[in-house]
Design a protein around this ligand. Structure first.
Ligand code: ADE
Length: 238
């Protein structure tokens, strides 16, 4: 799988991409990640990529020219028949979920478009008609961190990237039910008086599977309740 990142800050990705899992995946030829700087497509002596919004308002917007030309140059570097999937990172996008990550991992080529400043001129989306993805209902100072989140979630789903292929299938939010994984234990059998549940030491695989499922249902239910509890706690009514 090839992922192209279109960004004004390629250097933000270096340590992340060289890190263990992604570094190994790239070295093994499972993943080919390339960085392209929008600034390289800026024109004029000042290589300007942003400007003030028409109609007034705070901040600066990315101008459509350099962004669209940058993405088009990356698109042009595609063999016939392998049209890359273009995804723009924006808080206005569809929420990133495990299901969306699975869908993206099924593509041969992905282009991730990162914004900065107050966002993109609307004509970037109107021209490229990208998939738009948000990593959550909060505003980051740019799409780079969001793109790293997408890359991480997608890369570990590519066959061979995780050592044990089963491990992604067992994760939280996987499978048809998309349950949260229940608690897991390793050695020691007892830590500060806290014991590993007996069932896990029983060697009875069907009992273990039944217990894990029950725990997963519980964890999933508990999180739904927790989320309601904490949102409620922050309202003025308390
Ligand atoms: N850019 C800024 N905030 C973002 C978010 N929440 N998700 C994706 N891209 C973003």
């Amino acid at each position: 799988m090839r992922i192209d990142v279109v960004t004004l800050f390629p250097e933000m990705f270096r340590g992340f991409l060289d890190g263990s899992l992604l570094g190994a995946a790239q070295a093994a030829g499972l993943l080919d990640i390339r960085l392209t700087n929008i600034r390289d497509f800026a024109t004029g002596v000042h290589r300007q990529v942003d400007d003030r919004p028409y109609g007034g308002g705070p901040g600066m917007l990315l101008m459509p020219g350099p962004v669209v030309e940058c993405v088009e140059s990356v698109l042009a570097d595609a063999a016939a028949g392998t049209a890359p999937h273009v995804a723009m990172l924006t808080p206005a996008g569809r929420p990133l979920t495990q299901q969306v990550a699975e869908e993206l991992a099924g593509r041969d080529r992905l282009i991730l478009l990162c914004g900065r400043y107050e966002g993109f001129d609307q004509r970037v989306a109107d021209t490229l008609l990208p998939d738009q993805i948000s990593i959550g209902d909060y505003v980051l100072s740019g799409g780079e961190v969001a793109a790293m989140v997408v890359i991480d979630a997608v890369a570990r789903l590519i066959p061979g990237v995780l050592g044990d292929e089963q491990s992604a299938a067992d994760d939280s939010f996987s499978g048809t039910e998309r349950l949260i994984e229940g608690p897991q234990y390793t050695r020691p059998r007892e830590f500060r008086g806290l014991k590993v549940p007996d069932v896990l030491l029983s060697g009875d695989h069907s009992r273990i599977a039944a217990w894990r499922r029950e725990q997963a249902l519980d964890a999933t239910h508990r999180r739904t309740t927790l989320s309601a509890h904490f949102s409620g706690a922050h309202t003025p009514a308390g």
